[in-house]
Design a protein around this ligand. Structure first.
Ligand SMILES: NC(=O)c1ccc[n+]([C@@H]2O[C@H](COP(=O)([O-])OP(=O)(O)OC[C@H]3O[C@@H](n4cnc5c(N)ncnc54)[C@H](OP(=O)(O)O)[C@@H]3O)[C@@H](O)[C@H]2O)c1
Length: 261
């Protein structure tokens, strides 16, 4: 592996103006990639433009906008990271609109992005990375108890759906002989370093009467930071060892962990 492997490669990132998307954009820019960021708000887009990214203002759930963005930028790598803040609440309290927030943003944007990759189509050898969450492992990982997610409503389902959609897209890519490889990113910890992460941590921390930072320390131990996560995503894109797997956990340990193939 060489840290130059992203040099000149075109990387398109949805939700790249803040939080994890911005950290991934910064890591890719740091390795010489030609980065384009999609988000809605102009002020934060202007900030990433100043870092050297190109920016496209628009909604990642808008299929026509995503089609046009992929056709225009012809990315070697498309990162479908955009996600909505969670409507925090118990299942006996949330109405359907709040419960399905992340289905209507995260999963819908995932579908729009995956379909844009197929419609363009992206080139043979290109990659599409879908942002899921370690929360999607709740029923298969003993260290994630159900009770730790009981305020997170439909979020877990949306993130599990995105994971499945990547596998589904690989099956279609193979059937159509397109050579586009779909992969899943699963941050294994909640991060207070993003607005979304802070909001979720605050909701659980309030119930325990502790600070969000204390809650996260108790729940996970040492914190995973967005910049550390951004570097791991850049490693996944640079290091041939991560070329063919499907899902990778992003961890505080430093190296992405293969979750499924
Ligand atoms: N933070 C965590 O601890 C954590 C853990 C696991 C997984 N994740 C996942 O990682 C992703 C990023 O989370 P984050 O914590 O970085 O969130 P964040 O800080 O709230 O940032 C979200 C980004 O997405 C953009 N965005 C939101 N909706 C959009 C839409 N419809 N179209 C285009 N852009 C949109 C936002 O910009 P605009 O609002 O201006 O459009 C912003 O750039 C999400 O999918 C989240 O579920 C986060």
């Amino acid at each position: 592996m060489t840290r130059m492997d992203l040099q000149g490669r075109r990387v398109l990132i949805t939700g790249g103006s803040a939080g994890l998307g911005r950290a991934i954009a910064e890591a890719a820019l740091g390795r010489g990639a030609d980065v384009t960021v999609i988000a809605r708000g102009a002020a934060r887009l202007a900030e990433v433009a100043r870092l050297g990214a190109r920016v496209l203002a628009g909604d990642a759930t808008d299929a026509a906008f995503m089609d046009a963005s992929v056709r225009e930028t012809q990315p070697d790598v498309l990162i479908l990271n955009a996600g909505a803040p969670l409507a925090m609440g118990q299942i006996d309290e949330l109405d359907f609109e709040d419960f399905s927030t992340n289905w209507n943003v995260d999963a819908k944007a995932g579908l729009a992005g995956i379909q844009a990759a197929f419609r363009a189509p992206m080139a043979t050898g290109s990659r599409v990375l879908v942002m899921s969450s370690g929360a999607a492992m709740v029923l298969s990982a003993a260290h994630i108890p159900n009770q730790s997610l009981y305020l997170s409503g439909g979020y877990v389902g949306a993130k599990y759906m995105l994971w499945f959609m990547a596998h589904n897209a690989n099956a279609v890519s193979e059937r159509r002989g397109l050579g586009i490889h779909f992969q899943v990113l699963a941050p294994t910890q909640l991060m207070a370093g993003t607005q979304l992460g802070l909001n979720v941590a605050s909701a659980y921390a309030d119930l325990k009467g502790v600070t969000p930072e204390a809650y996260l320390q108790q729940r996970y131990g040492p914190p995973l930071t967005p910049s550390h996560l951004g570097e791991q995503v850049a490693d996944i894109l640079s290091d041939p060892r991560y070329r063919s797997g499907v899902a990778y956990g992003l961890t505080v340990g430093g190296a992405p962990v293969g979750l499924d193939t």
